[in-house]
Design a protein around this ligand. Structure first.
Ligand SMILES: [Zn+2]
Length: 380
C-alpha cells in the first residue's frame, strides 16, 4: 500500500512538471505571437506602405486604423519609398512627439488712433430778425418767469436774474446821464432820457416805449397761454389769442405759436445788458427794450410764430399765417406794434412778429388809419 503513494507522489510531481512545462511553453508561444503581431508587423506595414500599389494602400489604411489606436507619432508625410529602413526599435516609437512650439500670439491690432472728434459745428441759432428792436424776445424761455412753473410770476416770486445770465463783466460803456437825448444811428439811447412812469400800466391801451415806463416791480395779472411753451399773458389777451388762433387755423390751416409773452423787469435788464455786450450799443438801442420800458412787462405783448416754425422770424409777414395776421389780427384786438417805416415814431426797428393786444376797437381804428399806438394815443 505504501509504495503506491510514493508513486502517486512521484506521479504527482511528474505531472506537475509537465504542467509547468506546458505553461512555460504557452508563455513562450504567447510572447512570440505578441512579438510578431506588434513589433514585426509594424515594420512590415511601414515597409509594406512604401510599396504604394493603390489597392494595398487602402487595405493598409483600413488595417492600420482598425488595429493601430496607439499610433504614437503623427503620420509623417509619406516619405519617399525608403529602402527597407531598419525596423525601428520599439523604444524610438515611444519618444513623445515634441509639442509644436506655440506660435507667438499675434500682437494686438493697435487700436486705431482716435480720429480727432470733429468739433460739433455750433448749431446755427435760429436767425432772429436783426431788424427787431427786442430780439431779446428770442430766448425768454431761459428766464425763470417764463411761466412754466404754473404760478404766474409776481414781484415777490420773481427771482433775481441768475448770475450766469449776466455775461462776463462788460467793458463799461459810458452810460449817458439822462439829460440831452442821445441818438445812435437814428435810434434814441433810452438811457439818455428819463422816462415818464405811466400811471395806468394795467390799462389795455397803456403806452410803454422809450419815454414811457412801468415801475421795476410791476407785474400784471397773468394766465398761462395756449400754444406756447409755458408762456404767460394777461387774461384778456389770452382769450383774444385763443379766438384769433382758431380763426387763423380755420382759414389757413396754420397754427399760431406764442414764443414769448410776459417778461419781468429783471429779465429785460439782463437782455439789454447782454445786447450791449454781445451786439453793440447801436444794435442794443435799436432792437432791445430798456428795463421797465418793454411792453412785455405789461403782459399784453405777444411774439408770434407758427407751430411749424417755432421761432420768431423777420419773414413771418410773408408767410401764409403772417399775411392772415396782417389782414385779420385787428379783428381780435391785436396790432403789429413796430411796423416798418415807423421807426422814428416807435423808437424801434421793424418787427414782423411782435403783436400788441389793445382791444378790438383801438386795433380796428389803427388798422384802418395805419397809425402806430403812439400816433393813435397822440404821444409822438
Ligand atoms: Zn416782442
Amino acid at each position: 500500500m505504501r509504495k503506491k503513494r510514493k508513486n502517486a507522489k512521484g506521479g504527482n510531481s511528474l505531472s506537475m512538471t509537465m504542467v509547468y512545462g506546458l505553461l512555460f511553453a504557452l508563455v513562450v508561444v504567447g510572447m512570440v505571437i505578441y512579438y510578431d503581431s506588434h513589433i514585426i508587423a509594424k515594420g512590415q506595414t511601414e515597409i509594406r506602405t512604401s510599396d504604394s500599389t493603390p489597392a494595398t494602400e487602402s487595405a493598409v489604411y483600413a488595417d492600420i486604423t482598425a488595429r493601430t489606436t496607439y499610433r504614437l507619432s503623427p503620420t509623417p508625410s509619406p516619405t519617399p519609398a525608403l529602402s527597407a529602413s531598419p525596423i525601428p526599435s520599439p523604444r524610438s516609437a515611444l519618444t513623445p512627439t515634441p509639442f509644436p512650439t506655440p506660435r507667438p500670439s499675434p500682437s494686438p491690432t493697435p487700436s486705431p488712433t482716435p480720429r480727432p472728434t470733429r468739433k460739433a459745428t455750433p448749431t446755427p441759432q435760429p436767425a432772429s430778425d436783426p431788424t427787431s428792436p427786442s430780439v431779446t424776445e428770442t430766448d425768454p424761455s431761459t428766464t425763470p418767469n417764463s411761466g412754466s412753473s404754473g404760478t404766474p410770476p409776481t414781484t415777490q416770486n420773481v427771482p433775481p436774474t441768475p448770475a450766469s445770465a449776466a455775461t462776463p463783466t462788460p467793458t463799461p460803456i459810458p452810460t449817458p446821464v439822462p439829460g440831452e437825448p442821445v441818438y445812435i444811428n437814428g435810434f434814441l439811447d433810452p438811457r439818455s432820457v428819463t422816462p415818464e412812469i405811466i400811471s395806468n400800466p394795467s390799462s389795455i391801451t397803456a403806452l410803454v416805449n422809450k419815454y414811457h415806463a412801468v415801475t421795476k416791480d410791476y407785474v400784471p395779472s397773468l394766465v398761462p397761454a395756449k400754444s406756447s411753451n409755458g408762456r404767460y399773458i394777461r387774461p384778456e389777451a389770452a382769450d383774444a389769442w385763443d379766438l384769433m388762433r382758431e380763426a387763423c387755423h380755420e382759414d389757413t390751416g396754420k397754427t399760431l405759436y406764442l414764443t414769448s409773452g410776459y417778461r419781468s423787469y429783471a429779465t429785460q435788464k439782463a437782455s439789454f445788458e447782454n445786447a450791449i455786450i454781445n451786439k453793440g450799443l447801436e444794435r442794443a438801442v435799436s432792437k432791445y427794450a430798456y428795463p421797465g420800458r418793454s411792453e412785455h412787462q405789461l403782459g399784453l405783448a405777444l411774439d408770434i410764430a407758427t407751430t411749424s416754425y417755432k421761432t420768431i422770424s423777420g419773414s413771418f409777414l410773408s408767410t401764409e399765417a403772417g399775411q392772415w395776421m396782417t389782414e385779420h389780427a385787428h379783428e381780435y384786438g391785436f396790432i403789429l406794434r413796430y411796423p416798418s417805416g415807423k421807426e422814428s415814431i416807435t423808437g424801434y426797428a421793424f418787427e414782423a412778429w411782435h403783436y400788441r393786444y389793445i382791444g378790438v376797437d383801438a386795433a380796428t381804428a389803427m388798422h384802418s388809419s395805419g397809425q402806430t399806438l403812439e400816433e393813435y394815443l397822440g404821444k409822438t
